[in-house]
Ligand binder design. Structure first.
Ligand code: PXP
Length: 250
């Protein structure tokens, strides 16, 4: 059964941009394993990395090393591109989050068009199910896409929180919060685990943590930026504390 109200929200830490820093100069440092370990010390519940089609940050060898050497579950973000699916099958992470990918984008800009992608999704989901890989689909808070995700029997959806995080003002943020809350209710009642992420920061995460039924937040940019100032362990601990404090009032 899905998470009831009151269950703690888990924190997935996306460390892509640690690899972005490394790739900027083609060095061997910073070491992703060490960073993942510090995130774990700070209270991270999983580590997320996105193996992008252009390999601009995370490489296959990073995913392999993280799978072999960290204790936390690894969540692999990936598109439906054939070579990425092939790599995911070889790497066999415990969970994947399927996202749309556009080469020119700076980061994932929208949720997956689930209804339009059903035919491409089906065989991929079948091969992942055969390997015991849990699947989450990154979706916008749109009724039809959540319905389509449930019909595909995926384990979870991850709600794209960009609309809320990028809201122009407080009333816009409140409006998008309500849309996300309705989407989370819908997904929960369809039997899906509910994750959320994108654009969450130290300033906006507490209101997001009051959304119903959220099992996991996946957060990258804000934590990596804070880690430059305070170190990864402390950056993760601060985010985790904010989530736990707000989440306990759900
Ligand atoms: N979830 C998904 C599916 C994403 O693509 C991203 C961005 O990599 C995140 C969460 C994290 O977003 P941010 O870096 O803005 O915290």
């Amino acid at each position: 059964m899905n998470s009831p109200f009151g269950q703690k929200i888990l924190l997935g830490v996306n460390i892509d941009h640690i690899a972005t820093l490394r790739e900027a100069r083609g060095t061997l440092y910073p070491d992703l394993i060490q960073v993942a370990w510090l995130a774990q010390q700070g209270g991270a519940d999983n580590i997320t990395v996105h193996l992008r089609e252009d390999r601009r940050h995370i490489q296959e060898m990073d995913v392999r090393a993280l799978l072999d050497r960290i204790r936390l579950p690894l969540n692999l973000e990936m598109s439906l591109a054939a070579d990425i699916v092939e790599q995911a099958v070889l790497l066999r992470p415990p969970m994947v989050c399927i996202v749309p990918e556009n080469r020119a984008e700076r980061t994932t800009e929208s949720g997956l068009a689930v209804r339009a992608e059903v035919n491409r999704l089906r065989p991929v989901l079948e091969s992942f199910a055969a390997l015991g890989i849990r699947v989450s689909l990154f979706v916008d808070p749109v009724f039809e896409d959540i319905d389509a995700a449930a019909a595909l029997h995926v384990h979870a959806i991850e709600l794209h929180t960009g609309c809320y995080a990028n809201a122009r003002d407080a009333s816009d943020a409140a409006r998008y919060w309500k849309i996300l809350a309705q989407a989370a209710e819908q997904a929960f009642h369809l039997g899906l685990e509910v994750h959320a992420g994108h654009g969450l920061s130290y300033d906006n995460v507490q209101m997001a943590a009051r959304l119903p039924h959220i099992r996991t937040f996946n957060i990258g940019h804000a934590i990596v930026c804070e880690s430059v100032l305070t170190g990864m362990e402390s950056a993760v601990r601060r985010m985790k504390n904010l989530i736990e404090t707000a989440g306990s009032h759900r």
